[in-house]
Design a protein around this ligand. Structure first.
Ligand SMILES: [Zn+2]
Length: 71
């Protein structure tokens, strides 16, 4: 039996700028979910939904986040 511990520990937080209120905050990134991720999450400052476009560099694991305003 093989047990992978990578997916359980490859999690990180990253800064983003809210597309609605412009405040900088942090979001929790699950690196095991893939190197490009899009999801909707409420801003922790203004509680308005943001569309997140997350790109993770597969070598440096740098996380890049773009946010978009949602109606
Ligand atoms: Zn906000």
């Amino acid at each position: 039996m093989f047990l992978s511990v990578l997916s359980a520990t490859m999690q990180s937080t990253a800064e983003y700028t809210c597309a609605v209120c412009g405040e900088t905050s942090t979001t929790f990134i699950d690196l095991s979910a893939g190197l490009t991720q899009t999801y909707i999450e409420d801003c922790q400052v203004c509680c308005r939904p943001n569309q997140f476009y997350v790109t993770i560099d597969d070598v440096s694991l740098d996380i890049e986040i773009a946010t978009d305003y949602l109606e």
